[in-house]
Design a protein around this ligand. Structure first.
Ligand code: TYM
Length: 329
């Protein structure tokens, strides 16, 4: 059976970009695959969270995953730092990762630009840790958003390199996965780029309806189309992209036609968008609150998850060690 794996950094709450980019596809796959979903808390250390924030964010993300419909009886749901096999394999894969190729990744270059005072070695070897996450369960499919494409390419490179170096067929080549074929990038509400936790442009699953309304009504627009069927400028296209994932087809068509006929009223359009986002998030929000208050349940889920994840990870690590040549005296 093929294996599917995905993960998220616990740096805040889940937003609708995370949901439509990664979680939604995973939920469908968990039915028929050997599936792993994890919370990448080692990865989140690159930005130096306080101990209190680290724990709170792991708990948020855990409760939010479960509220979205991740089923711990079907999928293995675990916290990365509960699996000591991961740092060991990360160390081993680091020996075959070259500084030059790591320095060239766009995510690393972005980080240098965004946080020049904190260019740590963890950032440089981020793709090696991510490849470890994937390869340690020998995953085939990795549901992620478009921003993770290059990291997946690196994971394939490290998989092939190891197989080739030791003349084995241990790792499959993992592919980034989306049911719609194309990887998704959900834009933010600020008129450009992608929705992100650090960009201040996100709608969170936990947001109260009033907050969502406020955020959407404030979203950047323009003075409206002047020519029929004109191409939508980026800020407007972004709102349509969000509408597409949260609304039904008829609603999308209705506003698309209004735009194309230069009859759109952005106030109405945004009201509808806010309403449909709220319809989508409200039931999840209630579940999140319920699950977060049940510490016993959360404890059970991650304890079982760690056990199952370690079972799989230790099998791969034993193979890796054998191929590298570690032997008992
Ligand atoms: P992270 O925590 O930034 O995001 C988690 C998942 O959400 C997707 N995503 C988006 N998709 C569409 N539109 C958006 N605006 C958007 N924002 C975020 C991301 O693509 C991702 O799938 N490096 C990963 C975490 C990770 C991981 C892994 C993922 C560590 N190891 C192994 C998969 C497999 C990250 O930082 O995702």
């Amino acid at each position: 059976m093929e294996t599917v794996l995905s993960g998220i950094r616990p740096t805040g709450h889940l937003h609708i970009g995370n949901y439509f980019g990664a979680v939604k596809n995973f939920l469908k796959l968990q039915e028929n695959f050997n599936s792993y979903f994890f919370i990448a808390d080692f990865h989140s250390l690159t930005t130096h969270p306080t101990p209190k924030d680290l724990h709170a964010n792991v708990k948020n993300v855990l409760a939010e995953y479960l509220a979205c419909g991740l089923e711990p009886e079907k999928a293995t749901l675990y916290i990365q730092s509960d699996v000591p096999e991961i740092p060991e394999m990360y160390l081993l894969l680091n020996m075959n990762a070259y500084i030059g190729e790591l320095e060239r990744t766009t995510t690393f270059k972005d980080k240098i630009r965004k946080q020049p005072d904190n260019v740590n070695a963890g950032l440089l070897t981020y793709p090696v840790l991510m490849a470890t996450d994937i390869l340690i369960h020998r995953a085939n499919k990795v549901p992620v958003g478009k921003d993770q494409e290059q990291n997946l390419e690196m994971a394939r490179k490290f998989a092939k390199r190891f197989n080739h170096m030791y003349n084995v067929d241990l790792f499959p080549e993992p592919e980034a996965f989306n049911f719609g074929k194309q990887l998704v990038k959900i834009p933010g509400l600020d008129g450009s780029g992608k929705m992100g936790k650090s960009e201040g442009n996100a709608v969170y699953l936990i947001d109260e309806p009033k907050i969502i309304e406020k955020k959407v009504m404030k979203a950047v627009t323009d003075s409206g189309p002047t020519k029929k069927n004109q191409e939508k400028p980026e800020a407007i296209q972004n709102l349509f992209t969000i509408l597409k994932v949260v609304s039904d087809e008829d609603t999308y068509k209705f506003f698309d036609e209004k735009y194309n006929n230069c009859e759109i009223r952005y106030g109405d359009f945004k009201k509808q968008l806010a309403k449909d986002i709220i319809n989508f998030t409200s039931p999840l929000r209630e579940k999140i609150l319920e699950i977060s208050s049940n510490n016993d349940y959360l404890h059970k889920v991650v304890t079982l998850g760690a056990e199952k994840a370690r079972e799989s990870a230790s099998k791969t690590l034993a193979e890796v060690r054998k191929h590298i040549g570690f032997k008992r005296f």
